[in-house]
Write a protein that binds this ligand. Structure first.
Ligand code: ATP
Length: 366
């Protein structure tokens, strides 16, 4: 078991800076998810840790050991790839045992470890099969079993669920969480899927354009995003954004979008007041906008009128696409709502859940 540290790590491919000055500490036993849109540098970060790419600058540590120049096989890590990379001509047993044989681990020890991993992943009945005789989900388990038998200090996963169908993905997600709890080993897991990140990670590192944006627990990322990018990336449907200005009135402060004006909760007024007159972005998540008929008690509600443009029934909720003047936004409301397409309705904003960003720097104001 071991912690992982990136210290000012940069990776360049020619002119492309894939990872820029990354400093990140991952404590021993953490399930860290690296998430971001395609091309943000998450796979490169994982490959740098695995030793499959050389850093351009900076140092990488596993535990107390500087592994920056250590070859992959001596880093004491195991990686599970998106493609699983199983040997097609070997059966499942031999696929799992392969790495141990290469290391000249004694035969009885190999047998013991393979059986134990197979039991843990419930693939004991598949040990004689070839990879082509397995389903996608079963292949994925074999790939994980092969990583487990090596008993590494750190497990690396590169989008391991992306080849599975939606249902199996949800199931396997839960199994990997359990596996992490059981093994207690450090997991570093790459995905572009924010839902996967939110449900699996003990902490999440959000990347964009090679730059680490924020690293925090799922709850803190959701409640206190540091910037506009993280705010829009975490959460589904995404946070609504409105270009706005802050307008003072007596002791109070209003958010004015041009389409509507809503009051800032009193406890936020001192924090936001220095931004009066500057361009700001007002953010509110769809789940914090209510149909008044089904709203819970709110301490600081604000009423806004809007026309219903689209109504999507999602089963347990309804997504209303709303238009107020030129502002378009989404509300996630109770499925019993009476709002129909074309209606002008009143909705309630839970202003205690509002976010505010500087329009120039895109950083959260708080
Ligand atoms: P995806 O989810 O699409 O895999 P990613 O976030 O994992 O994306 P990376 O694969 O790390 O992103 O790529 C980051 C940047 O580095 C991209 O601009 C990519 O084109 C570039 N890049 C990655 N590997 C190489 C390489 N071997 N040679 C040149 N450029 C590369």
């Amino acid at each position: 078991m071991a912690s992982v540290a990136f210290e000012h790590v940069t990776k360049q491919f020619g002119n492309v800076v894939a990872v820029k000055d990354l400093t990140l500490y991952i404590p021993d036993g953490e399930f860290l998810v690296l998430v971001g849109p395609s091309g943000c540098g998450k796979t490169t970060t994982l490959r740098l840790l695995a030793g499959l790419e050389e850093v351009t600058q900076g140092r990488i540590y596993i535990g107390d050991r500087d592994v920056t120049e250590v070859p992959p096989k001596d880093r004491n890590i195991a990686m599970v790839f998106q493609s699983y990379a199983l040997y097609p001509h070997m059966n499942v047993y031999d696929n799992i045992a392969f790495g141990l044989r290469m290391r000249k681990v004694p035969k009885p020890e190999i047998e013991r470890r393979v059986r134990e991993a197979a039991r843990m992943l419930e693939i004991e009945h598949l040990l004689d099969r070839k990879p082509r005789q397995l389903s996608g989900g079963q292949r994925q388990r074999v790939a994980v079993a092969r990583a487990i038998v090596r008993d590494p200090a750190v497990f690396l996963f590169d989008e391991p669920l992306s080849n599975l169908d939606a249902k199996l993905r949800v199931q396997t997600r839960a199994e990997l969480i359990k596996l992490h709890q059981r093994l207690g080993t450090t997991f570093v897991y790459v995905t572009h899927d924010q839902v996967e990140a939110m449900t699996m990670g003990t902490r999440i590192a959000v990347m964009k354009d090679g730059v680490l944006q924020q690293v925090d627990t799922p709850q803190n990322l959701y409640e206190r995003p540091d910037n506009l990018f993280v705010a829009g990336f975490i959460g589904s449907p995404p946070m609504n954004f409105f270009e706005a200005r802050l307008v003072p009135e007596g002791e109070g402060l209003w958010v004015d979008t041009g389409a509507f004006r809503v009051p800032v909760p009193p406890d936020r007024v001192p924090v936001y007041r220095p931004h009066v007159g500057r361009r700001v972005i007002f953010g509110l998540r769809p789940e914090h906008i209510y149909d008044p008929e089904f709203a819970p008690p709110l301490n600081h509600p604000a009423e806004v009128q809007a026309r219903v443009d689209v109504r999507e029934l999602m089963g347990s909720e309804v997504h209303l696409h709303l238009v107020a003047d030129r502002q378009i936004f989404v509300a996630r409301v109770d499925p019993r709502t009476h709002a129909l397409v074309g209606n002008t309705i009143r909705v309630l904003f839970d202003m205690d859940r509002m976010h505010l960003f500087d329009a120039e720097t895109e950083r959260a104001i708080r």
